[in-house]
Design a protein around this ligand. Structure first.
Ligand SMILES: Nc1ncnc2c1ncn2[C@@H]1O[C@H](COP(=O)(O)OP(=O)(O)O)[C@@H](O)[C@H]1O
Ligand SMILES: [Mg+2]
Length: 350
């Protein structure tokens, strides 16, 4: 694999994605960057803004559907969608032992998490115990069923593991927001807002106007899972971080911490951890590759900043209240984090 094989294919994927999910070029790029950095993604937005569509379209473009691929004794689905609901149990995600009356033995029944791309739809509607089952699987990249452990990632066989979870930022009754410590398992949280302009919104309606099926059903695969694994390895190995970018990223991370940089306390109650810093650099590397560069520049760090940090920083409640956007608290939250990160960028000089 060469950089050109990563870039040209990635560009085709983003182009096709933007033909069925209109107006989210930046978000699609981030989604692909997270995949190539071998991270997981949380898509946050109100219902009806094409979150599920984006995830399904990406899976199709990676050649992943309902088909099973057997590796060892485990059958993996290309793509599986888990609709999170209050009555979903941990074993509905991971699997369980079932009794086979013919062999008179217990056998593993593999849950929907055994897939290349897992869409965990409306993750905040399940109870915490069930959410934890998925988050643990994401972290460990393996699952234990009845005392035996099975891998979710088998790189030498081209098996990667990518979770796209979606959630509605408006906390309704019967939803369970993920705790900060668990949100950390997502490399990025990508905010999917309403269409940016009247023109984009009209294009969306035009796309759907003369058809009754979903446009994504017309998409043809561009690559296969082997490409994903190879592109991930290529980026990890060959994309370098310049001394200047490393210095910049480190200064930014430190400046988000009120205990290190007191003035930032106006925006953040809690700053970013070293784990967040590692994630920032990993994401910046994938973004550099997508730009066609083998070196991470300051702009890559800046592009990764909001999606990598927004779910890991605790914004100041006081600032959120000052924003005075009651009713749309989540928007006030994004605003405070954006402001805080702008302030941090300005305060950090190289
Ligand atoms: N930006 C967009 N471009 C194309 N179609 C869109 C867009 N936003 C919404 N839609 C359409 O609206 C419907 C709802 O999308 P969906 O992915 O189910 O939303 P969500 O998962 O965010 O609730 C789908 O038919 C989708 O194709
Ligand atoms: Mg949806």
């Amino acid at each position: 694999m060469r950089l050109d094989d990563v870039v040209s294919r990635a560009n085709e994927i983003t182009k096709e994605l933007s033909s069925v999910v209109l107006g989210y070029e930046e978000e699609s790029r981030l989604l692909l960057a997270a995949l190539l950095a071998n991270g997981h993604v949380l898509l946050e937005g109100v219902p009806g803004v094409a979150k599920t569509t984006m995830a399904r379209a990406l899976a199709r473009l990676l050649g992943l559907g309902e088909d099973l691929v057997k590796i060892g004794e485990v059958p993996y689905k290309g793509f599986s969608r888990i609709q999170f609901t209050p009555d979903l149990m941990p074993s509905d995600i991971t699997g369980s032992l079932v009794f086979n009356p013919i062999t008179r033995e217990f056998e593993p029944k593999f849950g929907p998490v055994f897939a290349y791309v897992v869409l965990a739809d409306e993750i905040n509607r399940a109870v915490p115990r069930t959410q934890s089952a998925l988050l643990e699987a994401m972290q460990e990249r393996q699952v234990t069923i009845g005392g035996s452990t099975y891998p979710l990632e088998v790189r030498r066989k081209g098996k990667f593991f990518f979770v796209i979870a979606t959630q509605n930022p408006v906390e309704q009754e019967g939803t369970y927001p993920l705790p900060e410590a668990q949100l950390d398992r997502f490399l990025m949280k990508i905010v999917v807002d309403y269409p940016r302009s009247l023109e984009v919104e009209k294009r969306i309606y035009r796309l759907h106007m003369d058809r009754i099926t979903e446009p994504l059903e017309d998409l043809e695969p561009i690559v296969g899972p082997q490409w994903v694994v190879e592109a991930q390895e290529y980026i990890a190995k060959h994309v370098k971080v310049s001394e200047e970018s490393l210095e910049y990223a480190t200064r930014i991370i430190r400046a988000t911490r009120p205990s290190v940089f007191e003035p930032v306390a106006r925006f953040f109650e809690l700053g970013a951890s070293p784990r967040a810093g590692i994630a920032l650099i990993r994401a910046a590397k994938a973004l550099a590759a997508l730009r066609g560069s083998e070196v991470v520049e300051l702009e890559d760090v800046e592009t990764a900043l909001f999606p990598v940090l927004n779910h890991r920083l605790m914004p100041s409640l006081e600032r959120i209240v000052e924003e005075g956007l009651r009713g749309e608290r989540h928007i006030a939250r994004y605003k405070v984090i954006r402001e805080g990160l702008e302030f941090v960028k300005k305060s950090v000089s190289l």
